[in-house]
Design a protein around this ligand. Sequence first.
Ligand SMILES: [Zn+2]
Length: 257
Amino acid sequence: MLCFSSPAILLKRTDFGDYDLIISFLSLKRGRISVIAKNAKKSRKRFSGLIEPFAKLDIVCWTSRNNGMPVLQEASMRSPCSGIRGALIETAYASYWAELIHGWVEAFKPQPDIYELLDYSLDALDRHAASPHFMSILFQMRFLGLAGFAPHLASCVACALPLNEIPSNPVVFDLAKGGIVCDGCIAGKNRFHMPISKGTAKLLSWSLVYGMDAAMRLRFNGRSLAEAQRIMEAFVPYHLGRAPRSLNVLKELRRYG
Ligand SMILES: [Zn+2]
């Protein structure tokens, strides 16, 4: 038996038989992991109040030498993030981020930058330190950046003409090409084209340049926020290859909220 411990953020929990739970974590030291919490359903005492969505824990797991699923032995609370679970829209955003990480981050590969981004973003949601809509734009941009899929926004993705030298405003963002295309490089209209104003493109670029504390001070007005939201929430599923279920829930909530 091998033992490991790590700070970890709870992404998802699933029933496993009558007694156990399978829990998916983003852990600092092991990356994304799924572990089994034995008797967690039967004995509520065992991990009482700990196994909650988005909770930040310190976990200790045992893993057998034949590479079976690690077994959760101990968990202690770092931060419950109960401010998220108590608010519908915050819960919807956190669920979306958790689904992105669950679907995109490779298992058993430590990704401390992504861990830090999720940790920071959940903390901001939990404390209601910024609008959740804005936080999600930052989260998606930086997550894409860390995953190597940052959209190309400073110049035309085809001919490198700088954004400032493109005559039209708004310019065209091409989901398939992964960035802005200038007037000369647009080969007819297609369904992957979305308008984006130069101001919004610059704000999105800046959200990657600075550290998280500085990025939090960027100010998106209502129009920029709506544009950025529309583009990010189209670009992320395009690269993921499917629409995350939690994104559909989030969109419904915003529509009727
Ligand atoms: Zn061009």
